[in-house]
Design a protein around this ligand. Sequence first.
Ligand code: ATP
Ligand code: MG
Length: 360
Amino acid sequence: PMAVSRTHSVALIPADGIGPEVISAGVQVLETLTKCDGSFSLSFKHYDWSSGTYKATGKYIPDGGLEQLKKHDAILFGAVGAPDVPDHISLWGLRLAICQGFQQYANVRPTKIFRGTESPLRKAEHGDLDWVIVRENSEGEYAGQGGRSHRGHPWETATEVAIFSRHGIDRIMRFAFETAQKRPRKLLTVVTKSNAQRNGMVLWDEVAQEVAKEYPDVKWDKMLVDAMTCRMVLDPKSIDTIVASNLHADILSDLAAALAGSIGIAPTSNLDPSRQYPSMFEPIHGSAFDITGQGVANPVGTFWTASEMLIWLGEEEAAKIMMDAVETVTGRGLMTRDLGGKARTQDVTEAVCEELVEIY
Ligand code: ATP
Ligand code: MG
């Protein structure tokens, strides 16, 4: 074997539900890939942070946990959430704590229809739907600002304050224009709700207008989020890159995943584009306790996630080979139940590994 010139250090946080199952599938494929490829290696460190540790210790992340994580080049994350912990506790306790602690302000969610798989859109097939959603990941509607007063009284009120800063909008807008610019069609749709949300969303429109001037080769348009949901269903081919606020992009990306055929195939990257901190990569699906432990979770979302992580680490070639292997396997009709197949997590994982050996 060739001498290994590069090593990337990856933190693994499988966490809850099917998280450990899909992360272990992902690691299996990544280990096969690096062994076949030989030009780089990955070192993994496992962090046992989950709703289980929260219930035992009262903390998702132990003291000094973020300091430990900081040493890695990337974080591969499974899913967080448990039936007996309120969702807002688990989400803020682990996932959002890392996103905010490491200034991962850009959340990137690509969507496509895999070869051999079916979209619920009758007329859409492989190649017809190929999107990247760029989600503002640090402020907006999920800034965590607000509060409750007069708890329990009939006159109780709660405020949920959305924060939009020029700085925050400007940096995600630039990131989105750059993402669109690198893609073949150079097409960007800026999604807002500036007719009803007349402060933050209007600022969003204004910043878009300004930033767009610096990217004259990118064709861009504006769309209200409600109209955008219709366009995604009725005219998917007209869309390429989308940028939207934290809440809006959250909703649009679940719709995108469903239109691509399953929530089990799509990845999310939580990026700190300044590269001061490690970025975090995770499948978009949650902990899915209804299928946990059955060995039927779709690992494709984690494979795509791992491939996006490799691109971020500069291993574009290996990332592409990995996706080729995955699509060859889905193209042969080997897929899990959520995509209409009968294969188990391990069947798909082994098939992808065999395909990698074949390719190299
Ligand atoms: P969380 O609370 O963590 O978001 P959840 O229980 O809401 O988790 P999701 O992960 O959002 O579950 O999944 C919604 C549905 O999609 C579940 O019924 C689950 O069975 C299915 N699903 C999610 N991920 C996968 C996967 N990787 N493979 C197969 N089915 C999946
Ligand atoms: Mg969910």
